[in-house]
Design a protein around this ligand. Structure first.
Ligand code: G4P
Length: 324
């Protein structure tokens, strides 16, 4: 991992590309131009994709939070998060921007949030007040796709790499609402190693920030722990054997289990799926690409990497929260 200060389960991943500093400046500048904010999170990693920097900059600005890519996430976990957000007084709406399901619900939620202001404007004789809204979120959560669907045409630039959306772009949904797209914003340092793995898994930080084999091993370990049967079916992995071989180091359970369970799972998947180099050894690079592509494309099923804070009941059917 390209991180320093490793200590126990904590590691600070120090990195902050120049365009992120610009994105932060833009977000701060644009805040005064808008009435409300729509913050997009990735439904597969709701806690990890909630950028603490965005929350700090937004302060008390009215905001609707969207769990996007819900088509790829575990529905029971998304539901549990909706309840957990509600208990914090925040409206979380799940959405699949690719098909457009529920994007209209987001617009309705913004207008509802602004209803008092709209009422006051009307009382003062304004015929139509257009609510100015800013769409924010970390890279690759689907901001451009969401905006395109809401506007009903391909009006914002989309891309497949983190940080592709640049500059200021106002887009009209209809006479009631306009949207301001902002570049994806990450924060300068992850205090929690697990957040880094989750963000890498969903493609919000570039694969080369962390070790790809570590990311893929983390994913396989997490799926073994939380979604039993998935890897046996997909990669013909002997799950029981892998889990029985673990020998976790109590000083760093996450990293040691990635090494003792996750990495052997990656090797096993490589061999079973024919990712083999000369001499019969596992081709780890190809196996990493396979696992990451399968996860990102939803081929391993609907998987959520985060769970709401303890105390929130996870409905039946969701994978159980465990140590990772
Ligand atoms: P960004 O502006 O936040 O950086 O994200 P963007 O809209 O560019 O979307 C990033 C990728 O996520 C795109 O895939 C997009 O299609 C996909 N995506 C966005 N919303 C959803 C969703 O709700 N569900 C699913 N399954 N995918 C979603 P891509 O492979 O990079 O591009 P494309 O080939 O699909 O266009």
């Amino acid at each position: 991992m390209n991180g320093d200060n490793e200590k126990g389960n904590q590691v600070n991943i120090q990195w902050f590309p120049g365009h992120m500093a610009k994105a932060r400046r833009l977000l701060t500048e644009n805040l005064s131009k808008v009435d409300a904010v729509v913050e997009l999170l990735d439904a597969r990693a709701i806690s990890s994709s909630e950028n603490p920097e965005i929350a700090r900059i937004l302060k008390n600005k009215p905001r609707v939070v969207v769990a996007n890519k819900s088509d790829l996430a575990d529905p029971a976990v998304t539901e549990a998060f909706i309840k957990e957000f509600r208990s914090r007084g925040i409206r979380l709406i799940s959405s699949d921007s690719k098909t457009g399901s529920d994007v209209k619900a987001v617009k309705a939620a913004v207008l509802e949030l602004m209803s008092e202001k709209l009422f006051r404007k009307k009382e003062r004789g304004m015929r139509q007040y257009t609510v100015k809204t800013m769409v924010v979120g970390i890279p690759n959560v689907g901001k451009s796709t969401f905006i395109n669907k809401l506007c009903g045409r391909a009006s914002a630039v989309t891309g497949d790499r983190p940080g592709v959306t640049r500059g200021e772009q106002w887009l009209r949904v209809d006479e009631s609402i306009v949207l301001l797209d902002t570049p994806g914003l990450l924060w300068p340092k992850f205090d929690d190693q697990r957040t880094g793995y989750c963000l890498a898994s969903i493609g919000s930080i570039k694969d080369d920030i962390l070790d790809r084999a570590e990311i893929a091993s983390f994913l396989l370990l997490y799926i073994l722990d939380n979604y039993p049967g998935v890897l046996a079916e997909k990669y013909s992995i002997d799950e029981e054997k892998l889990l029985s071989a673990e020998d976790a180091d109590p000083d760093n359970v996450v990293l040691s289990r990635i090494g003792t369970v996750g990495f052997p799972a990656l090797e096993a998947a490589a061999i079973k799926k024919g990712c083999i180099r000369k001499g019969g050894v596992a081709d780890i690079d190809r196996a990493c690409a396979m696992v990451l592509d399968d996860f990102r494309g939803g081929k391993l099923g609907r998987i959520s990497l985060d769970r709401p804070v303890s105390g929130t009941v996870i409905p039946e059917g969701a994978g159980e929260a465990v140590s990772l």
